[in-house]
Design a binder for this molecule. Structure first.
Ligand code: HMG
Ligand code: MG
Length: 307
C-alpha cells in the first residue's frame, strides 16, 4: 500500500489534548516543584498546543503529586485560544476547580469494576452517581465537560474487556451531558484491530466520531499504530503527553502515555496539521525532566535532544 493511499484515509488536521502536566506528573516519584509545573504548562502553550490538561482536583491524599492544583491553575499564563481543562472526581473537586478559574473539567469513569474501585473507591454505578451532580452543575455554569473512560482495551485485573460493555459504559458517561468522550487504553495493551472494532461499535451506538478522543498509553509500543487506526475511523482528537511521561498510580502496569513529540512527528510526516512545534515541545519536556531529575521516556524528544 502506498503512503498516498494511507494519507487519503486520514484527516487533514487533528486536535492534540496535552495531558503531560496531569497524567504525566501524577505518577512521578520525584517531587516536581510547582514552579516547574507552571513553567512546563507555559512552555507547552507557547509550543502551539491548544488544549492542555493542567492538573487534578482530586483528593490530595490519593494523589499527593498534584496537591498544588490550586496554585498551578491560578499561576499559569493562559494564552488566547488555549483551553486548560482539569480533572474533577466529585463536587468538592468541582468547587475547587471553579474557585481556581477552570472553564473546562474532565470526569473519569472506568469500563471495569475493579479499576473503578481502585481509582475512585466506588463501584461503576456509584461513580456515575458521584459524577452526575458534577456534570449537571458544570453544564449549568457553562463549563465544558469531557468524560474519560479507562481500561477500554484491557484491564490488569480483569483481562480482556468486552467492547459491548465499553459501549454501554460510554453511553452512561455521555448521558451525564459530556461534550466529549476520551477512550483510555490505560495500560496500553490494545492493538489496531481492537481499536477500530471499539470505535466502530461506539459509532454504531449513534455517537459522532467528532466527539470521540483516544488516549493511549504506550506500554507495549502500540501508541502510534493505535492512533492511525483511530484516525482511519474518523477520530480527530488525540491525547498525548509531552516527553511520554505518564502512568497511573492505581494501575501499576500503566506506563508512559503516547509521547506528544512522537505524535507530532508522525503527523508532520503525514501532512496532518496539529499546529504544534515538535522541537518546542521537546524542549519543554527535556527541560522539565532535567530540572526534576526524571528520565525522558519519549523517543522523539530524546532523539531531538541528542541530534
Ligand atoms: P474517598 O476516600 O472515597 O473520598 O475517595 P470521600 O468522599 O470518602 O472523602 C474522603 C476525604 O477526602 C474527605 O476528607 C474529603 O473531604 C476528601 P476528610 O473528611 O477525611 O478530611 N476529598 C477531597 N479533598 C480534596 N479534593 C477532592 C476531594 N474529594 C474528597 N476532590 C475520591 C474518593 C474520588 C475522592 C478518590 O478516590 C480520588 O481522589 N481518586 C482520584 C484518583 C486519581 O486521581 N486517579 C488518577 C486519574 S485517572 C487516570 O489517570 C486515567 C486517565 O488518564 C485515562 C486513562 O488513562 O485511562 C484519566
Ligand atoms: Mg491516562
Amino acid at each position: 500500500m502506498s503512503t498516498s493511499n494511507l494519507r487519503k484515509r486520514l484527516p487533514a488536521e487533528i486536535t492534540i489534548v496535552e495531558v503531560g502536566p496531569r497524567d504525566g506528573l501524577q505518577n512521578q516519584s520525584q517531587e516536581v516543584p510547582s514552579e516547574l509545573k507552571i513553567e512546563f504548562v507555559n512552555a507547552l502553550s507557547l509550543a502551539g498546543l491548544k488544549v492542555i490538561e493542567v492538573t487534578s482536583f482530586v483528593d490530595p491524599k490519593w494523589v499527593p503529586q498534584l496537591a498544588d492544583a490550586e496554585l498551578v491553575m491560578k499561576q499559569i499564563d493562559r494564552a488566547d485560544g488555549v483551553r486548560y481543562p482539569v480533572l474533577v472526581p466529585n463536587e468538592k473537586g468541582l468547587d475547587r476547580a471553579i474557585e481556581a478559574g477552570a472553564q473546562e473539567i474532565s470526569i473519569f469513569a472506568s469500563a471495569t469494576e475493579t479499576f473503578s474501585q481502585k481509582n475512585l473507591n466506588r463501584s461503576r454505578d456509584e461513580a456515575i452517581e458521584m459524577f452526575r451532580p458534577v456534570a449537571k452543575r458544570a453544564k449549568e455554569e457553562s463549563l465544558r465537560v469531557r468524560g474519560y473512560l479507562s481500561m477500554v482495551l484491557g484491564d490488569p485485573w480483569e483481562g480482556e474487556v468486552d467492547v459491548v460493555h465499553v459501549a454501554d459504559a460510554s453511553e452512561r458517561l455521555m448521558d451525564l451531558g459530556c461534550d466529549e468522550l476520551s477512550l483510555g487504553d490505560t495500560i496500553g495493551v490494545g492493538t489496531g484491530g481492537k481499536v477500530q472494532e471499539l470505535i466502530g461499535t461506539i459509532i454504531d451506538r449513534g455517537f459522532a466520531a467528532e466527539v470521540l478522543a483516544v488516549h493511549f498509553h504506550d506500554t507495549y509500543g502500540q501508541g502510534l499504530a493505535n492512533v492511525l487506526a483511530a484516525l482511519e475511523m474518523g477520530v480527530t482528537i488525540v491525547d498525548s503527553s509531552a516527553g511520554g511521561l505518564g502512568g497511573c498510580p492505581f494501575a501499576k502496569s500503566a506506563t508512559g502515555n503516547l509521547a506528544t513529540e512522537d505524535l507530532v512527528w508522525m503527523c508532520d510526516g503525514l501532512g496532518i496539521a496539529t499546529g504544534v512545534d515538535v522541537q518546542a515541545v521537546a524542549s519543554a519536556s527535556t527541560s522539565l525532566c532535567r530540572k526534576a531529575n526524571i528520565p525522558v521516556p519519549g523517543r522523539v524528544a530524546r532523539a531531538l535532544e541528542n541530534g
